[in-house]
Design a protein around this ligand. Structure first.
Ligand code: GDD
Ligand code: MG
Length: 336
């Protein structure tokens, strides 16, 4: 079976990190985010097709330089075609029942169990759903038993028919291509799903964890889930001098830590951390942090330097940014 990963978005909600790198390659637990989607694939998946658009060359080069199992093919869209158009664009490469997933979800999904659910349901497609507290930022389903009777993308206040949201995993019969117009941008969620409902769309639920990772709060949620699932650890090639570790954390080789780390802190390679605190945050490779700095619920880009006495909260600091001493960044997006 083939898996198409829709991974061509601009990643605007993670800017400035996505100004110079494709969203698929934004590090999450020190690995390109998209690799988490490849982690748990069953052996029945023999080919992965990455449908990309924004920064196609960077994604292609990344995968060309690596031998992965299963094989990963990176397909470009000349223009952004939306989530539906991205699937239509790979029609010629797909045969039989195929799987699709959004490139920015992080979860404990079991595609083999989903495939056997889909076979039994007998419809044109199946959508995996997950319960959330506030469904407004997602696609929401109304159900009769397992049958989807309505699909509402990003409902407004009071309009969500349930709290079960589209988790971004689908299985489709090849007939689905007949429902996607060629040559223009098509939203799978807004335009195609409503048309598929009369042909049988079923909702699949599973146990474990799930998060989107495409906004700062969602990214940090995904990071907490992965660290909570045991994907952390401190490299033996890192030096925790006087530092204090509150697990779970992930510390890459070459880090030097004097401050308080965690819970839920991730350090990329070669970070130099002075006497301050970092929690619920990620620092990409080569970040330096002076003393008396507090970093909370934030992402700090590659090679950034944080001056003494600064407070960084709910913020994204871009690659290479120099934050002056005693700065206060709250809810900020800072680029060089
Ligand atoms: N190739 C390609 N081309 N990919 C695209 C395009 C495009 O034009 N537009 C978006 N994508 C990719 C994104 O990179 C992402 O991996 C996926 O499609 C979903 O797009 P997002 O922009 O992240 O959508 P969302 O998070 O607001 O909503 C979607 O995901 C939710 C679950 O996380 C929808 O599918 C919702 O219904 C769903 O609940
Ligand atoms: Mg998303």
């Amino acid at each position: 079976m083939q898996l198409v990963i829709i991974a061509g978005g601009l990643g605007t909600r993670l800017r400035p990190l996505t100004l110079h790198r494709p969203k698929a390659l934004v590090p999450l637990l020190n690995r390109p985010q998209i690799l988490h989607a490849l982690d748990r694939l069953p052996p029945t998946v023999d080919q992965v097709i990455l449908a990309v658009n924004y920064m196609y060359e960077e994604v292609r080069d990344y995968f060309e330089a690596r031998e992965l199992e299963p094989e990963v093919i990176v397909v470009n869209e000349p223009e952004p075609l939306g989530t539906g158009g991205a699937i239509k664009n790979v029609e010629d490469r797909v045969s039989g029942t195929f799987a699709v997933c959004n490139g920015d979800v992080v979860d404990s999904f079991d595609l083999a169990a989903f495939a056997s659910f889909h076979r039994k349901s007998g419809g044109i497609g199946s959508i995996a759903v997950w319960p959330v507290e506030d469904p407004m930022a997602f696609g929401v389903v109304a159900l009769e038993g397992q049958r989807i009777t309505r699909f509402v993308e990003k409902p407004s206040e009071g309009e969500a028919p349930s709290n079960l949201v589209n988790a971004g995993h689908y299985l489709f019969e090849p007939d689905v291509f007949d429902f996607i117009e060629e040559g223009r941008a098509v939203s799978l969620e807004r335009e195609v799903f409503p048309k598929l409902i009369p042909r049988g769309l079923s909702a699949y639920r599973w146990q474990g964890y799930w998060s989107d990772a495409g906004t700062l709060p969602a990214y940090l949620h995904a990071q907490r889930l992965l660290l909570g699932a045991g994907e952390g650890g401190v490299s033996k090639d890192a030096e925790i001098s006087r530092g204090e570790i509150r697990p779970p954390v992930l510390v890459a080789p070459g880090c030097f830590v004097e401050g308080r780390l965690g819970p839920f802190a991730v350090l990329g390679r070669g970070c130099k951390i002075g006497r301050g605190s970092i929690r619920n945050a990620t620092l990409f490779d080569g970040v330096s942090m002076d003393d008396k700095v507090e970093i909370d619920s934030s992402i700090v880009g590659e090679g950034a330097a944080i001056g003494e006495g600064s407070l960084i909260r709910d913020s994204i600091v871009g690659d290479g940014v120099q934050v002056a001493p005693h700065s206060e960044l709250i809810g900020a997006r800072v680029a060089t």
